[in-house]
Design a protein around this ligand. Sequence first.
Ligand SMILES: Nc1ncnc2c1ncn2[C@@H]1O[C@H](COP(=O)(O)OP(=O)(O)OP(=O)(O)O)[C@@H](O)[C@H]1O
Length: 366
Amino acid sequence: MNIIELKHVTKKYDDGFVALKDINLTIESGKFYSLLGPSGSGKTTILRIIAGFSSATSGQILFDGKDITNLDAAKRHLNTVFQNYALFPHLDVYENVAFALKLKKKPEKEIKAAVKEALHTVRLDGYANREISELSGGQQQRVAIARAIINKPKVLLLDESLSALDKRLRKEMQFELRAIQKKLGITFIFVTHDQEEALAMSDEIFVLNEGTIQQSGTPVDIYDEPVNDFVARFIGDSNIVPGKMIQDYEVEFVNKRFECADAGINPREKVEVVLRPEDLDIVSPEKGKLVVTVESQLFLGDHFEIKAHDGDENEWLIHSTNPTEVGKEVGLYFDPEDIHVMRFGESEAEFDARLEKYEGEDEDEN
Ligand SMILES: Nc1ncnc2c1ncn2[C@@H]1O[C@H](COP(=O)(O)OP(=O)(O)OP(=O)(O)O)[C@@H](O)[C@H]1O
């Protein structure tokens, strides 16, 4: 079931800057979504428009199928967790978490039970009487979440809410947030510029750049089939080289022809080819589909990051669990499915239509 829909939403700020250009997105109930993009891409603007803190210049926002474009923020069934948590420093944990229910003048007994349950959900049992200043960053984050879930919103908006934490705590909170979302079964919309974080946590990701959605889909879809070079570069490491389509399922790059899994592109059309570093296997030069010379090698704990160049002066990034030798000539092996062919200027809708057509044909053949 769709809980939130944005239809043709644009946002022009007072100074004339257009921060969102015709945004269309659908959020289903009970899933974890990320809005992912570099600084200034419009993530927070989308969140603020959904929350009702900012209004769209044009377009429509639906909540549970009803138009809420002009509805007051306070009347929307959602809460927001801000980057700085916005906790009240002069109130203790209990008072912070109880705040929304006290405002609604709920009976004390009901409030007590709700605070207990919310603190239990975020694993802060026994912290009710602590002062905010006596909590670690991760604990403050949990209080902010407890406060936001106490009145059981249908949607929780989280704006870069892990960015103040150190790396280890951040990882821990990623698991935690995901577990809380699953337990509560409510929709989370999480804003982040960290692609690893979005990949690890989300059911679905919207990748944004310059006020437009570049691609939406599951983490695996977006990683495996980036629609354009922005997405390919932004999500994970990648090797991107220019190429030319020969025919369906055959592409040329670095002056060689390779079998690939892509179709529906015109013969001789110029394309870009993406190969992920972990899809390149180092083999002997005779067995390689490409021959490269190793330039550098770094041990990164769980893999070696190897840089190499081919005769055409393309640099190749390789992630390998085995070391090689700097200066050595080696072969690179990859499967046809590891080659991702991208058309210039293809929109996500065109990309999806092309994929659907060919997947449909494959099924017909089987
Ligand atoms: N009140 C405003 N007036 C004019 N421009 C604004 C205003 N608020 C935001 N912008 C601009 O709109 C664009 C999108 O901003 P937004 O905060 O949505 O980006 P973001 O993707 O959340 O970035 P970050 O990760 O840095 O928070 C930016 O270029 C920003 O400078």
